[in-house]
Design a protein around this ligand. Structure first.
Ligand code: IPE
Ligand code: IPE
Ligand code: MG
Length: 239
């Protein structure tokens, strides 16, 4: 409920590590893929709520560069769900004016999924509401490596002198170029780790972990994270 958080400071950029789908299913003696199905439904619901709270940028971690290690059946089920949900997203987020961008290496996906990813971005590109970054085949180490490679090529081509490389050069080649760093990173499922999510960008992010499993993470849970965020004292190394 928006009322719970009215008058509070709303973070400009929120990142969410959507973890716990498998455990959610296990608790119900269901296959892990069913957990992912409910997780995907929840993703669509909670995104629309968050877009109404005043958050400007939302980055959701949907699939990491390490998640390919999972059993083939689970990866296949996830790819199927991505396709289905992207089709629904094409219309779903229109009313809320949500702009959708995918971050991560999309080249590893099937041609059909790549087409849907491109189409989802294309239909939403002129929207003025919240920016939703969906991190798929995203890994922060890979993201930093790409940035370094681009800069190295610029050095080789005499476009830049190594002495002149700045943080801005590194940042401008990350997927999040031009965006504010995340103010708040929420992780569901109870773990206290980043699992290769926005490592560079989260230098001064506030971290919030909840035991709630992703399919159960609802509006009230999001409000709780915002309330706690408002109690944090962000010093950025100052006093
Ligand atoms: C998060 O849920 C979804 C993805 C990583 C794709 P998990 O599948 O990691 O669920 P748990 O952590 O095993 O419960
Ligand atoms: C992080 O969850 C990745 C996503 C939520 C997409 P994982 O379940 O892959 O992370 P670990 O293995 O517990 O670190
Ligand atoms: Mg997990």
């Amino acid at each position: 409920m928006i009322d719970n958080i009215s008058g509070l400071i709303i973070p400009e950029h929120v990142g969410i590590i959507m973890d716990g789908n498998g455990r959610w299913a296990k608790k119900r003696a269901l296959p892990r893929s069913v957990g992912h199905k409910f997780g995907a439904q929840n993703f669509r619901k909670i995104t629309r709520y968050i877009s109404k709270t005043g958050v400007k940028v939302l980055t959701l971690y949907a699939f990491s560069t390490e998640n390919w290690k999972r059993p083939i059946e689970e990866v296949t089920a996830l790819m199927g769900l991505f396709k289905q949900n992207l089709i629904d997203l094409l219309t779903d987020f229109r009313d809320d004016d949500i702009k959708v961008v995918f971050i991560g290496d999309r080249s590893a996906f099937s041609p059909k999924l790549i087409e849907l990813i491109n189409e989802s971005e294309e239909v939403a590109k002129n929207r003025k509401g919240m920016l939703l970054n969906i991190a798929m085949n995203y890994g922060s180490r890979d993201e930093i490596l790409r940035s370094v490679k681009t800069i190295a090529a610029d050095v080789r081509n005499n476009k830049i002198d190594p002495e002149d490389i700045t943080l801005n050069d590194i940042e401008s080649h990350l997927y999040t170029a031009g965006l504010p760093d995340p103010d708040l990173i929420i992780r569901t499922g109870g773990e206290f780790r980043l699992s290769n999510f926005l490592l560079y960008q989260s230098a001064y992010s506030e971290f919030y972990s909840t035991e709630t499993l992703w399919p159960d993470f609802n509006e009230k849970e999001f409000d709780k994270a915002i309330i706690e965020y408002n109690q944090r004292n962000r010093r950025f190394g100052g006093v």
